[in-house]
Every structure is written in structure tokens, then in C-alpha cells.
Ligand binder design. Sequence first.
Ligand code: FES
Length: 102
Amino acid sequence: MRVKEHPILSSLDRIPVVEIIVDGIAVPAREGESIAAALMALGRLKLRHTHKTSSPRGVFCGIGRCTDCVMTVDGQTNVRTCVTPVRAGMIVETQNKPDKGE
Ligand code: FES
């Protein structure tokens, strides 16, 4: 879900759509929004899994403090996706994928 019209920020249509690769699949995102926001707009809420139990994690704090949203971005692990802006062509990968499912 996205806010498409905002009284201060104006229309979503003025922000260019770019393509990013998420776990090998090309998806649209708005240039400059956070990676986590782009993924949530696509309906994806689980961004990583814990090491010990493979429990899913997603955005918790939304301000770069908790690390629940970390993913691998352009080969760099543990990138906080809630505070990392989208760039065209960036490659985003899930860390600690569970062995089965999802
Ligand atoms: S949601 Fe807490 S660091 Fe990103």
C-alpha cells in the first residue's frame, strides 16, 4: 500500500520508477525511497530470518537501530534496508534464508 497523493509531498507520480533485483527477480521501486518501503509496497513484510531459529523478521524500528531489516545489498551484508535508499539496478538479497518454504 502506498500514499499516492500527499498535501505537502504532492503526487507519487512525480517520483521516477526504477527497477531493482530482489532475490533474482526484477521489481519496480520509487527512486530514493527506502528499500524496505519498496518491498513493503510490493507486499513483502519478511526481510530476513534469524540465525538460530530461522524466524522471519521485518521492519521494526524503521530508523536504522534494531537491524531487523538487514539484507545483502550489492554484495554487502547487513545493510539496514529501512534507511538505505533505492538506486536503479541495485541487487538485494535475503540473508539467512530458511532451508524450506518461503
Ligand atoms: S527496521 Fe530497525 S534497523 Fe531497519
